[in-house]
Design a protein around this ligand. Sequence first.
Ligand SMILES: Cc1cc2nc3c(=O)[nH]c(=O)nc-3n(C[C@H](O)[C@H](O)[C@H](O)COP(=O)(O)OP(=O)(O)OC[C@H]3O[C@@H](n4cnc5c(N)ncnc54)[C@H](O)[C@@H]3O)c2cc1C
Length: 638
Amino acid sequence: MILDAKIPAGTLSEKWDNHRFSMKLVNPANKRKYRIIVVGSGLAGGSAAATLGELGYNVNCFCYQDSPRRAHSIAAQGGINGAKNYQNDGDSIHRLFYDTVKGGDFRSREANVYRLAQVSGNIIDQCVAQGVPFAREYGGLLANRSFGGAQVSRTFYARGQTGQQLLLGAYSSLSRQIASGQVKMHNRHEMLDLVVVNGHAKGIITRNLITGAIESWSADAVILATGGYGNAYFLSTNATGCNVTAAFRAYKRGAGFANPCYTQIHPTCIPVAGDHQSKLTLMSESLRNDGRVWVPKDPADCNKSPDRIPEEARDYYLERKYPSFGNLAPRDISSRSAKEACDNGLGVGPGGRGVYLDFSDAIDRFGESMIRERYGNLFQMYERITGENAYSRPMRIYPAIHYTMGGLWVDYNLMSTLPGCFVLGEANFSDHGANRLGASALMQGLSDGYFVIPYTVANYLAEEGAGAPDPDGPIFKEAIDQVRERVAGYLSSGGKRSSRSYHKELGHIMWEFAGMARNASGLQKAIGLIQDLKEDFSQNLAVPGKGEHLNAELERASRTEDFLDFGELLCRDALERDESCGGHFREEHQTAEGEALRDDENFSHAAVWEHNGQGKEPTRHKEDLHFENVKLAVRSYK
Ligand SMILES: Cc1cc2nc3c(=O)[nH]c(=O)nc-3n(C[C@H](O)[C@H](O)[C@H](O)COP(=O)(O)OP(=O)(O)OC[C@H]3O[C@@H](n4cnc5c(N)ncnc54)[C@H](O)[C@@H]3O)c2cc1C
């Protein structure tokens, strides 16, 4: 596997401009000769499909929901970063770049991150033009708030519904293209395989989730924008449908998978309440602008009502440990601090797995109505789930799996190791290193979809020339037969255990051994347990119903099998990365104060896994990371 990042020459600030000029173009009249498949219609896929349609390409776009508007992106709450410096508080492209590289614990590619910061302003302009109702200041300018890991306010927001509003913007652009016939939208279609012809990605195999029809689609290029793999842990803040299938099957067809062990655990989620939950709920990081995190100093106070614990008996541990960033310390650091407090017996709520997020100071300062205006829907959601009123009693929060920084490896053009297969949004590994800063995922998805892929896909198409293969050709037929066989295999499994119970058990293993803290013996144990679970799955799975109609159990079985295989890869990657960095915390490597201890000499690289066939060990490749514009430093938020 060759890992050529194709980083353009020139100074950091000139690379993208130089590259755009040197890339080949497809002339407007020729664009209609090309077919492009976009899998995914969240912010990354929706923005890409709309833009490519507008440019004149023939686009087939797929999603498994009943509408692009239901993509998981709709759940994003807090906001989207953009280096506009409207606040005049010291922001700049370079500062956003620097914060992102540092926030990712120096495990991302400089050139990609700089480009992301460069186009961040364009994203805001584009969304405003679409009518996205960002919050505004009294003077009419767009308002900003702060997110973790930054000392400036650069986060644009629409209350606690930013993802929804951005998705409606992208969807309106997409709808225009659907109406004009330039984009053909295929809802309720799940991609189950990638088709590779002569070493290039040339199509996909889908299953129609309503009729069960298995079909092949061909194209000149395939774009995957299929989201993250957080649900490998079963319980996460992701929508329950989120899965790794598309990316993992592309991996099995030859696309390298980078840094699968980089998972993000978000510090502010509603704690687990019992064994019957199927998902967890995020309380947006934006709440940490005004909420103060604390636990009682004395374990004897943990069961007392919080209003009976006086100020001097509280430990505002983030403010104490990280005075410069305080409650807005980055997610990995805040999560570990919450775990540490609970491990020390200072946790609150059921099982002692919670810390307080307290708004009383902010309410005293600004009044309840201001807090309601800023976060009203989040407080309402919290009350619906917990039955508690967070205006009068602090929220209880605890870390949960939230986002995945790893993904399919892509070069600067967002192309995977399989030519013609491009990967956008959370599905790729490109910009966030070992830890993503808040409000940067929406920025990345829209940067990829609106501003990067239109150029880089054109370059590839112009070089290759038009000519999508026949979707009924022998290679497609073979791929379709393999998918049919796999589906039939689930339906005839004849065992007694539901796929959900396997998924749940996998989630327990992952959280226990590859969650917030990891160590070598735990990871080895996890790999063994997952292998046993896979064996059990192959013997005892039960899938009721048939394949010719809607069958949620069948969908789940196929996704679970991929999670099982992928979970093993994630643990293997975590085991091999014998250092701590960002969200990957190896207990063997920590400072005296319990902070992550990187090993730059041996691990300043992206680890990229190559599939060698079922049952064979994958190969680990390396893309060395070069830092010419930032100095590798110990990350400090003190
Ligand atoms: C609760 C929550 C709040 C968040 N808040 C923020 C925030 O405030 N700011 C921020 O920057 N980020 C936030 N994030 C992260 C951010 O929302 C996501 O990273 C981002 O929306 C992912 O967008 P995407 O387009 O890459 O993927 P998604 O939105 O997950 O879309 C994936 C698409 O792929 C399709 N798909 C997947 N697999 C298949 C398949 N096999 N076949 C066919 N289609 C398929 C799906 O149907 C869907 O259309 C939040 C995340 C969560 C969970």
